[in-house]
Ligand binder design. Structure first.
Ligand SMILES: Cc1cc2nc3c(=O)[nH]c(=O)nc-3n(C[C@H](O)[C@H](O)[C@H](O)COP(=O)(O)OP(=O)(O)OC[C@H]3O[C@@H](n4cnc5c(N)ncnc54)[C@H](O)[C@@H]3O)c2cc1C
Length: 394
């Protein structure tokens, strides 16, 4: 691959991630180097190296590249080594050779529809990392169709009653894991007291996805492009999980470990999300820039502020979406705000800090520099809107 090894490895990983997103379509050399803003000959030499080691396969007729069997074998090994990965990667190499880069029909699986959380947890305990819970299916099923996930046992949570609710108790908003995005969007309680969450629910995908997708599935999937992760960071939320060892409460900061990776054990279900009830003089907002309606974010920002009686910022929460390996908390930006009057100069400094803390990749949604600036602009706007709401305006 020539030159310094570390940048070449980073570029190779970006290429693999890009091709993973392209799925069965794959991509041509020109598409890859343009999307990732790479030099053409550097890109070509990395592609050839990856192909030599089996990480890529190329189709000579269409001149397209797709992920090769070594990636899937690596995925299998990672799955064995890290059973808490949000999804396992098991593609039959034979299928890769004969049908291109995966088919559209999931691998065989056994289906269970438990009626209680206890039943679901004991099934997960019995089948371990070979089992996957199914919620809305809007992330898991596409992965299964592409054979990027091939659970042998599918534990459908949809027949469990009492796992979908939105209620307040003991100073917290409690959201059942199986609550659909659409129910959050339609909730009067959320609209009245949790504007940041109301903003978030209405910008997730399109009505079809919102009708099926669940907040628990979204957080458990831990896609850095998922909107709930950033919204929950800004809201200082925690999640409740249930396993054969009982229930535990984990702060959202500790819950999301890496891309598609959480602290959930294979026999552990996410059962509830808890958001502290915002005190008086507080406000929040979530703003997202997308290429077209219904798309994942180019970047999105959630911001929450609590003011004291003199209008000074007492608490601040800022979560960033799709500009890092996970949803990110903009810690320095939060520190800049705390103890200060949130005037334009302070907001501008916090927004710049959030941009500096973001770590976006260049891809089809734009170059990294552009996305960093989007974070700066959205953070300033979200803070202004949060402030306006904290002062009693809309
Ligand atoms: C076209 C399209 C556009 C989209 N756009 C957006 C968008 O703009 N913003 C956004 O945030 N999302 C978007 N999504 C994702 C969507 O929000 C998904 O619904 C969500 O990410 C996953 O939720 P789910 O209920 O469908 O989970 P599933 O697909 O059923 O599961 C996802 C993963 O979580 C695990 N899981 C599910 N529930 C639990 C649980 N309770 N405990 C433990 N593990 C669990 C599953 O085993 C699986 O690994 C989009 C999806 C599609 C198809």
């Amino acid at each position: 691959m020539g030159g310094s090894v570390v940048p070449a490895v980073v570029r190779a990983i970006r290429i693999l991630r890009y091709l993973e997103r392209q799925g069965t379509r794959g991509a041509t050399l020109a598409q890859i180097y343009r999307a990732l803003a790479l030099n053409k000959s550097t890109c070509h030499s990395i592609l050839k190296t990856l192909e030599r080691f089996g990480f890529l396969e190329s189709a000579p007729q269409s001149r397209r590249y797709g992920l090769g069997r070594a990636v899937f074998e690596l995925g299998r090994a990672a799955d064995r080594a890290r059973p808490h990965l949000a999804f396992g990667v098991r593609v039959a190499p034979r299928r890769l050779r004969h049908r291109g880069w995966g088919g559209m029909i999931p691998d065989r699986f056994e289906y269970f529809a438990p009626r209680t959380v206890d039943e679901a947890v004991s099934l997960l305990q019995r089948y371990g990392a070979e089992a996957k819970p199914l919620a809305g299916g809007h992330s898991l099923v596409p992965l299964m169709k592409l054979r990027l996930a091939a659970p042998r046992y599918l534990i459908d949570l949809n027949r469990i009653s009492g796992l979908a609710y939105i209620q307040e108790a003991d100073g917290f908003l409690r959201i059942g894991a199986l609550t659909r995005h659409a129910d959050l969007e339609a909730s009067d309680l959320i609209r009245a007291h949790y504007p940041l969450l109301a903003d978030t629910a209405r910008v997730i995908a399109d009505p079809l996805v919102r009708n099926m997708g669940t907040i628990g599935g979204s957080l458990a999937h831990a896609d850095p492009a998922g909107d709930w992760g950033a919204a929950m960071l800004a809201s200082q939320a925690s999640v409740v999980t249930t396993s054969p060892r009982g229930a535990r409460t984990v702060s959202i900061d500790d819950f999301m470990v890496d891309t598609f990776t959480t602290v959930l054990e294979p026999d552990e279900l996410l059962t509830e999300i808890r958001v502290p009830r915002p005190p008086a003089r507080s406000g929040g907002a979530y703003l997202k820039l997308e290429r077209k309606v219904g798309d994942f974010a180019i970047a999105a920002v959630g911001a929450s502020l609590v003011l004291d009686s003199r209008g000074t910022c007492d608490q601040a929460g800022i979560g960033l979406c799709n500009v890092g390996a996970t949803s990110l908390r903009a810690q320095r930006a939060e520190q800049i705000l705390r103890g200060q009057k949130p005037d334009e100069a302070t907001i501008a400094r916090a927004a710049q800090a959030a941009a500096d803390e973001s770590d976006p990749a260049s891809d089809l949604r734009g170059p990294a520099e552009y996305k960093r600036d989007v974070v700066r602009v959205l953070t300033a706007r979200a803070l202004r809107r949060a402030l306006q709401r904290a002062r009693g305006g809309e």
